[in-house]
Write a new protein. Structure first.
Length: 171
C-alpha cells in the first residue's frame, strides 16, 4: 500500500517542527522557507506536514538540528520579527562560528572535523534553498563536491534534534 513510509516521514518531520520555536516556524513560513507535503495518516485523514529548514552540522543523525531562534539566545543585533533573510544568515553565521568553536561541526563533504584554529582549512556556512532548505558547514576546498554529496537528502526524512543554546550575545 505504501502508506507506512509516509507515516514514518510525517513523524520524522513533525519531530523537526516540534523542535523549531513556534515563532521561528511562523517566520520561516512567512518567508517561504518551509516545505509542505500533504499525506494521509493511519485513519485515512489528509494531513499537512510542514518541514522547516534545518542545520546540518555534519553527516550523522545527531548533526541534524532545528534552527535556533535569535531572540531566545540573546542575539543583540536585531529581533527576529525585524529580520530579513539576510539578517538571519548573519545571525546563523555567528551561531555556526560558536558551534565550530565548540567542536560540534564536521565538513558535509569530506566529513573531517572542522576546527576554529585551522587557517589552512577555512570553512563556510552555506544556505541551500532546494527541495531541502538547510544551512550546512563545509570547507572552502570541498565545495565542488557538494552537489554529489547532497543528493538523497530529503526534508521529510530528517528528524532534527533541538539546537544547542550557544552564546551569540557578542561578536
Ligand atoms: Zn571538507
Amino acid at each position: 500500500m505504501g502508506e507506512q513510509p509516509d507515516i514514518q516521514a510525517a513523524y520524522l518531520t513533525a519531530t523537526t517542527a516540534a523542535h523549531t520555536d513556534p515563532a521561528l516556524l511562523d517566520w520561516f513560513l512567512a518567508h517561504g522557507l518551509c516545505r509542505v507535503a500533504v499525506e494521509g495518516d493511519a485513519t485515512g485523514a489528509i494531513i499537512e506536514v510542514i518541514a522547516p529548514p534545518v542545520l546540518l552540522l555534519g553527516r550523522g543523525a545527531a548533526d541534524v538540528r532545528a534552527c535556533p531562534h535569535p531572540d531566545r539566545l540573546g542575539y543583540p543585533a536585531k529581533p527576529l520579527a525585524a529580520m530579513t533573510l539576510d539578517d538571519y544568515h548573519i545571525f546563523l553565521l555567528r551561531y555556526l562560528t560558536r558551534a565550530v568553536a565548540a567542536g560540534a561541526c564536521s565538513c558535509f563533504v569530506c566529513r573531517q572535523p572542522i576546527h576554529a584554529d585551522q587557517p589552512a582549512a577555512p570553512w563556510d556556512g552555506i544556505f541551500i534553498d532546494k527541495e531541502l532548505v538547510c544551512w550546512l558547514i563545509i570547507h572552502f576546498d570541498c565545495k565542488r563536491g557538494l552537489a554529489r554529496e547532497f543528493k538523497g537528502y530529503h526534508p521529510f526524512e530528517l528528524a532534527a534534534l533541538p539546537p544547542e543554546p550557544y552564546d551569540v550575545s557578542h561578536d
